[in-house]
Design a protein around this ligand. Structure first.
Ligand code: AMP
Ligand code: MG
Length: 200
């Protein structure tokens, strides 16, 4: 996307990926590289915005408890988070979130159409990895209470993620990109994202 006045260019980048794919790590790398280029991206983690609400209103103590709340509760927090995020300004606003959340009731859209329209992304990026890599990463992550899942379920989730990404791209009218976060290749993944979001 180009703009004749560089000061007016605003990138609203939605970065998604199934839990354990290494999304937060890749996003941190993207931010480091942008900082080293003199840019000041803003990163907003959807889960953090929802956690703040969930702690205040529902006594939730950790981000992994959010998805266990009743869907109606999650839904209202999700919309509130979208309106808060849609007001954020900056040259690069990176929104770290999910295309779907695994709940007791099944897959639930993390970015339903009203949220997508509120967020108005300029770029949709899916960070992905193989099912085996994700399983290994979930097992190693002691900071989170990840649902470990099976390889079969992960394959389904990976398929759902790519399908929902492309569907969202049609609705948002913006490009979508799938980036592999292979073992030991965080920087490579970050550079691919940077190439997409700094393209003019
Ligand atoms: P994360 O740290 O990225 O795994 O996010 C923590 C939690 O926030 C997720 O497990 C979800 O419960 C919630 N969350 C994040 N993004 C969304 C979203 N777009 N819609 C609904 N819930 C979300
Ligand atoms: Mg994360």
């Amino acid at each position: 996307m180009s703009n004749s006045n560089p000061e007016q260019v605003q990138r609203r980048i939605i970065i998604v990926g199934i839990p354990g794919v290494g999304k937060s790590t890749v996003v941190a790398k993207v931010v480091d590289i942008l900082n080293s280029r003199g840019k000041s991206p803003k990163v907003v983690n959807y889960g953090t915005v929802m956690l703040e609400q969930a702690m205040k209103s529902f006594g939730v103590k950790s981000r992994d408890e959010i998805r266990k709340l009743p869907i109606e509760v999650q839904k209202s927090m999700q919309v509130n988070a979208a309106s808060e995020i849609s007001r954020m300004e900056g040259e690069y606003v990176i929104v770290d979130t999910h295309l779907f959340i695994s709940t007791k009731e099944g897959f639930w859209p993390g970015i339903p159409i009203n949220v997508l329209q509120a967020l108005k992304p300029t770029n949709l990026i899916l960070v992905t990895a193989t099912a085996q890599e994700i399983l290994d990463r979930r097992q190693k992550d002691a900071t989170r209470t990840r649902d470990l899942g099976t390889r079969e379920l992960l394959e389904k989730e990976l398929f759902a993620a790519a399908s929902l990404l492309y569907a969202s791209s049609v609705i948002a009218g913006c490009p979508s990109l799938i980036v592999e976060n292979a073992n030991g290749a965080v920087e490579e993944a970050a550079l691919k994202i940077l190439a997409a979001i700094t393209a003019s």
